[in-house]
Design a protein around this ligand. Structure first.
Ligand SMILES: [Zn+2]
Length: 463
């Protein structure tokens, strides 16, 4: 069993919204109370109250009605959060990290978690528990919970990026497969992480998957341009310093926060789509082990202003974590291997060649030519964490599948136009209606397999 959390938005009336904020504020009061009590105790030289049971006893002593509409279960979730944070900090301080601090900052709004049995979920309607004597609080989710009802373990009400959300956590069983179709741990695929192709995957028998991340990169680029334009536009109407009662800056900042949050959600969604296509493909290929080349060794090196930004936007740690999570749910093992030199080694005869500038790798020794990222993925597949390198005869030609991450992004899919840009003739939908049917010279794509053929050129210096 594994725990997975999905964030769902809320459709609220003004009254419901006010009550939700009331609950979050009451939870913030609970948090502030504990901080206050512990600061009194510290001044008196007494040990702090940090154990969950002790904190619950204090809550019981405070009696009903202390925290407005917040019920005991919700208030206890705040106590649990404090207790966990305190003991986590204590353990890390003990381990020698003296810069780690105990929780001490007050928050106006604190997330509240309710466990199974205290809330009721009926389709899109969710009943949040409230204190005894208060009317029940029903809220509407803006989509159905993505998990079966019986697997849901907890819901969390929180305020993030200018909106109220519900985090739904479910305990999901690891996927089971019919006999003979389960992933085989001995079937290994190498995964090469990159920017233009977030994931390039290749098995040892040459089957490959290329996930295109060009839509993600375009979203980053457009967002940067938009941010610059917005700043320029806002600078002219900035209120004078000290202008009384002006709400303009507050409005501007709020707007910027909302736009930033939307950008982050779009990127995150695309990253999840990319990882999902990898796992779907691996299950279809019955791959039971994914060897992922870990490039984090080279990320610390300075690479210049532009490339540094690109590397930061890459969010490699998150790509790895998402892939890891989805693989665990599908029953596929993931391990990290050293990826040094994989994009400059011929997968056929293993001679070192200069790193290709474009997407196509060519070897002068054995006349191999193929997609650079797939070749790197194949070389990664031959490596294991222990440093053992298996030596297959060479990279066989196989079927290469193409997928595109971020189909929902404006301008990436057929149906979506970028709402931030005026419609230009010919800019709607795909840019290239008839892309080349093959990648490199070694792939053959049967009809129906190539959902998303991509062009294979790239600029020098890009991963
Ligand atoms: Zn070669």
């Amino acid at each position: 069993m594994v725990l997975r959390t999905a964030r769902v938005g809320l459709r609220l009336t003004r009254g419901q919204r006010n009550r939700c904020f009331g609950l979050l504020r009451a939870a913030g009061d609970v948090w502030a109370c504990i901080l206050e009590i512990n600061s009194w105790r510290r001044r008196r030289g007494e040990p702090p109250v940090a154990g969950y049971q002790q904190l619950c006893r204090l809550l019981t002593e405070s009696g009903p009605g202390t925290f407005a509409e917040l019920d005991t279960a919700g208030a206890r979730s705040v106590l649990r959060r404090y207790s966990d944070a305190w003991f986590c900090a204590a353990a890390r301080r003990k381990a020698g990290h003296t810069d780690v601090r105990f929780p001490r900052r007050r928050r106006a709004l604190m997330p509240i978690r309710w466990y199974h049995g205290t809330f009721a979920l009926d389709g899109r309607r969710l009943r949040l528990p409230t204190a005894a004597g208060c009317p029940p609080l029903w809220v509407r989710l803006d989509r159905l919970a993505p998990y079966p009802c019986e697997t849901i373990r907890s819901v969390t009400l929180l305020f993030d990026a200018g909106r109220l959300w519900i985090d739904i956590t479910a305990e999901l069983p690891v996927a089971t497969y019919p006999a003979g179709q389960q992933p085989d741990p001995d079937r290994i695929a190498g995964v090469d992480l990159g920017i233009i192709h977030p994931y390039a995957v290749s098995t040892l028998d040459g089957a490959g998957l290329l996930v295109s991340g060009r839509a993600i990169r375009a979203e980053h680029r457009m967002h940067l341009a938009d941010t610059k334009n917005r700043r320029k536009a806002v600078a002219g109407r900035a209120p004078k310093p000290g202008q009384r009662g002006s709400r303009r800056w507050r409005k501007t900042r709020r707007r910027a926060r909302l736009v930033e949050a939307r950008h982050r959600r779009r990127i995150r969604q695309a990253q999840h789509e990319a990882a999902t296509s990898v796992i779907d493909w691996a299950v279809k290929q019955r791959v039971g082990t994914l060897s992922v080349g870990d490039p984090r060794g080279v990320l610390g090196l300075p690479a210049g202003r532009r490339h540094n930004l690109r590397l930061r936007q890459w969010q490699i740690g998150r790509s790895l974590a998402i892939l890891h999570d989805k693989a665990a749910l599908a029953g596929i093992r993931v391990h990290l291997v050293d990826e040094r030199g994989t994009s400059s080694t011929c997968p056929n005869c293993r001679t070192r060649i200069t790193k290709p500038a474009g997407r196509t790798m060519r070897c002068r020794t054995c006349l191999f030519a193929g997609h650079r990222d797939l070749a790197a993925a194949f070389t990664i597949a031959t490596r294991t964490p222990g440093g053992v390198i298996t030596t297959p005869a060479g990279m066989p030609a196989g079927v290469v599948t193409h997928r595109r991450a971020g189909r929902h992004l404006p301008g990436a899919g057929r149906s979506r136009r970028d709402p931030r840009r005026p419609a230009a003739p010919g800019s709607v939908g795909r840019l290239r209606p008839a892309p080349p049917p093959s990648v490199g010279s070694r792939s053959s794509i049967p009809p129906g397999m190539d959902e998303d053929p991509q062009h294979t050129t790239g600029k020098p210096g890009e991963r």
